[in-house]
Design a protein. Structure first.
Length: 397
């Protein structure tokens, strides 16, 4: 069992703050500052360029990839870190398309994160092969899996509502139709147990700055199943994905295994921050995490619905059908969220009307949930949101 009271003590949170936005940016682990300072002074400062060998910088993308792999049910040696999530989406989708060259349809849903859709649109335009991006409602995905499908590209948890796709069932149906799958785990990794191997997933991508608490700008990751790893072609053939990057050949030859999905130079200081966060995750039991998450979200929904009838639950009511976030719809959701934030309850807003709250048992407990409900009830019942200052829209919502 995981001692979540102990993990809560491992995070820095401003006094009096209830932080329900770890699904957007995880808070700071207390050990991170010292770990980054070590990377800056003892590694970069003292070792300078020799740090690539002496401090193990070059091995970090695969070493830390395996630590994340445990959290997402990946086989050892099949996850690598680096670049941004959008880049990893592009890589995975391009490689998946090449595995089914005789098909033209990429299927996704309207709950997918827009950046994934943008990357797909850009890839389709650049390839010029007559590919089609088909976007359907989340609940209609299974009905659109047929023999025309090349790639099923989905975010497992809807970033707005928290709706959870059945990865095993949809992957099996896609494979039965002869298609390949790409799963985005941005709102899953660190939120709940994932079983990529058991679900027979083909490709998966995700970020480390949300539930994994790697910090703003933390690197993304990509997973490639063993059956594809030696044949998939990396569309972004960066020098660190080369079979022999320091031979400086003028012709690209893809590296061995997951190394071929590397692109550019690792962000060493961000890796150091992520390392300190993964030290916490190394001791977390994912089933215990999921059980605690369900308890917290159920408590939150019951409390908010009892106190705030003007809010409408936008997340699935069945806890098994949602991730580790809860969303409520409200016409003046942006202003209401700003009023909550002004009272030290941090959530966020997603257009057009979604108030979104994330629950990470590593630093959120039942007392935090009850306090959050009290603040929301005060904001809503007394219409504290109806103040012009809360209606001024910031660049980041």
């Amino acid at each position: 069992m995981t001692d979540f009271a102990a993990t809560k003590e491992m995070f820095y949170l401003p006094k009096g703050m209830i932080y329900l936005d770890g699904n957007s940016l995880g808070p700071l682990p207390k050990a991170t500052a010292a770990r980054v300072e070590q990377a800056v002074t003892a590694e970069w400062g003292e070792k300078v360029i020799t740090g690539w060998n002496r401090a193990g910088w070059m091995a970090q993308p695969t070493e830390y990839g395996d630590r994340i792999g445990r959290l997402i049910g990946a086989e050892a040696g099949h996850v690598v870190l680096g670049d941004t999530l959008s880049i990893k989406v592009y890589q995975a989708l391009a490689a998946a398309i090449d595995l089914v060259p005789d098909r033209k349809v990429i299927l996704t849903d309207s709950g997918n994160f827009p950046s994934d859709i943008y990357m797909a649109e850009g890839l389709i335009k650049s390839l010029g092969r007559g590919l089609e991006l088909r976007v359907v409602a989340p609940e209609d995905v299974a009905d659109h899996i047929n023999d025309d499908l090349a790639v099923l590209m989905l975010t497992q948890v809807d970033y707005r509502t928290g709706r959870l796709h059945d990865m095993a069932a949809l992957t099996a149906k896609a494979h039965a139709a002869g298609a390949v799958t790409v799963w985005d785990l941005a709102h899953t990794a660190g939120a709940m147990a994932v079983d990529l191997q058991g679900c027979n997933a083909d490709f998966a991508v995700g970020c480390t700055y949300k539930y994994l608490n790697g910090g703003p700008g933390a690197p993304a990751f990509i997973y490639v199943a063993p059956r594809h790893i030696d044949t998939c072609q990396p569309a972004l053939s960066g020098w660190l994905g080369h079979q022999a990057p320091f031979a400086f050949d003028l012709d690209y030859r893809p590296g061995t295994g997951i190394e071929r999905m590397r692109v550019g130079t690792p962000s060493v200081l961000q890796m150091a921050a992520l390392d300190s966060a993964l030290n916490i995750w190394d001791a977390v039991d994912m089933q215990a995490l999921r059980d605690a998450s369900i308890m917290l979200t159920e408590r939150f929904i019951a409390g908010v619905e009892a106190a705030c009838p003007m809010l409408t639950l936008a997340s699935p009511r069945d806890p098994q059908a949602r991730g580790s976030q809860v969303s409520f719809a409200f016409e003046h959701g942006y202003a209401a969220m700003q009023a909550c934030i002004a009272r030290n309850l941090i959530g966020d807003f997603r257009a057009p009307n979604i108030m979104r709250f994330g629950f990470t048992p590593l630093f959120i407990d039942a007392g935090d949930v009850d306090h959050a409900v009290q603040i929301i009830a005060d904001v809503m019942t007394n219409k504290l949101w109806d103040d012009p200052v809360y209606k001024q829209v910031s660049r980041v919502t």
